[in-house]
Design a protein around this ligand. Structure first.
Ligand code: FAD
Length: 404
């Protein structure tokens, strides 16, 4: 049996590794359009920005690992076509590879900012190691930076830039940072943290243009006409899933490649996992597409188990983390739609959690510097253990004992 994986990011890599650890003895071909071995992205907006860039430290495994495990790694060549009738993929150099099962792990790419000046030198995005290295080298010769977008990546970049002593302004169209993912209490905590670390937070403000001086980015003009000068600009306004290849071959797409609870597309020989996959979650309307290491890894492992004979549908508690200054944020569950937010601990101390309920049902928990709450929350959500808002708020109520 031959399995071809398109995309050698976190999900594609993990699928190859898990197939071997589940005893799959057939052919595995991992095709990536980026150069080099698969690598982790989370450090790119964190330690990688304020240390000497070292590609090897990012690698998920050294090159030898792929040889040792008979995983054929084809780097730097995108797949340009899937022929479902012939069960074959075609690479840009016209190489054709046949498959019995095809895994789409094509991930996502930067959402581009559609304003004048967006293509100027000195405008950075951050998805790949190459982009991180270009940003690091730009920051080394800059004294000021504008970050467009107060999402996780934008704010992690802002924190890294402050650590390097740059003057940083964050411009965000919404009225609070990380608004799509976090409760307003948590947004407020991080807004204050950035302000206290010297970041100029410009909320409820869009960007009209990126301005130029001497042919390079020199800051932005906001929708309200304010001009903010800076030596470089970082755009962090989210990603779009890489779904075109799937769409071209007639597979359904809907803000992601549509899969069922087994991560299969309607073509039983093709699955999709990771940032590119839109899948159903029991009890939630519509499809969900998550962008996290946990999602990529757990989906890859689930699919590898299925392809080696363990029929299991995908059901995992989503979790995510972010690091900004001395605050480590960890999230468990999906908190959108919560109507009750209970604080456990003290926001002012920077050690607390927010338990997010819809009625009496716990949807998720956001924790800052409280890894024990985070781990307990993952177990509570996985086991659907009943927890009341009163218990969540009571720091004498031992969550660990309750789930033991
Ligand atoms: P990707 O990592 O995007 O990999 C997909 C790969 O497929 C890419 O290499 C792409 O180029 C390739 N590809 C696409 N089309 C083709 C084609 N036609 N042919 C061949 N190859 C193709 N998550 C967390 O949980 N915590 C964090 O703190 C965190 N921080 C992050 C910081 C940054 C800067 C970034 C960019 C992401 C961060 N994430 C974080 C998100 C996490 O890294 C992603 O969710 C994860 O990498 C998704 O893995 P993936 O394999 O699905 O997609």
């Amino acid at each position: 049996m031959s399995i071809v994986i398109i995309g050698s990011g976190q999900a594609g890599f993990e699928a190859a590794v898990s197939l071997r650890s589940h005893g799959f003895s057939g052919t595995i071909t991992l095709v990536g359009d980026e150069p080099g071995v698969p690598y982790q992205r989370p450090p790119l907006s964190k330690a990688y920005l304020h240390s000497d860039p070292d590609r090897e430290s990012l690698a998920l495994r050294p090159a030898q690992y792929f040889d040792d495990h008979r995983i054929t790694l084809t780097c730097g060549k995108p797949v340009v076509r899937i022929d479902r009738d012939a069960q074959r993929v075609e690479l840009i150099d016209a190489t054709a590879i046949e498959y019995d099962h095809l895994i789409l792990a094509t991930g996502a790419r930067n959402r581009l900012l559609p304003v004048p000046g967006a293509n100027l030198p000195g405008v950075h995005y951050l998805r790949t190691a190459g982009e991180a290295e270009s940003l690091t080298s730009s920051m080394a010769s800059c004294s000021s930076l504008v970050v467009i977008g107060a999402g996780f990546i934008g704010l992690e970049v802002a924190a890294a830039a402050r650590k390097k002593g740059l003057d940083v302004t964050v411009v965000e169209a919404m009225d609070r940072p990380m608004a799509r993912a976090l409760s307003s209490v948590m947004s407020g905590y991080f807004s204050t943290a950035h302000t206290e670390h010297g970041v100029h937070m410009r909320l409820s403000t869009g960007v009209k243009t990126i301005n130029a001086a001497d042919g390079r980015a020199a800051g932005v003009t906001t929708n309200s006409g304010d001009v903010i000068h800076a030596d470089a600009v970082v755009v962090g306004i989210g990603v779009v899933p890489n779904i075109e290849l799937a769409a071209l071959t007639g597979l359904p797409v809907d803000n992601g490649i549509v899969v069922d609870e087994y991560l299969r597309t309607p073509d039983e020989n093709i699955s999709a996992i990771g940032d590119c996959a839109a899948y159903p979650i029991p009890g939630k309307a519509g499809l969900v597409r998550l962008e996290s290491v946990q999602n990529a890894v757990d989906q890859a492992r689930c699919l590898a188990a299925q392809l080696t004979g363990t029929s299991t549908h995908y059901r995992s508690v989503p979790w995510f983390w972010s690091e900004q200054y001395e605050s480590k944020l960890q999230m468990a569950g999906l908190t959108a739609g919560a109507d009750t937010h209970v604080v456990r601990g003290s926001v002012d101390s920077g050690v607390f959690s927010i338990f997010c309920f819809l009625g009496t049902r716990l949807l998720g928990v956001e924790s800052v510097n409280k890894p024990r709450d985070h781990m307990a929350a993952r177990k509570i959500l996985a086991t659907e253990m009943p927890l009341t808002p009163e218990q969540a708020a009571d720091t004498d109520f031992d969550l660990k004992l309750a789930i033991a």
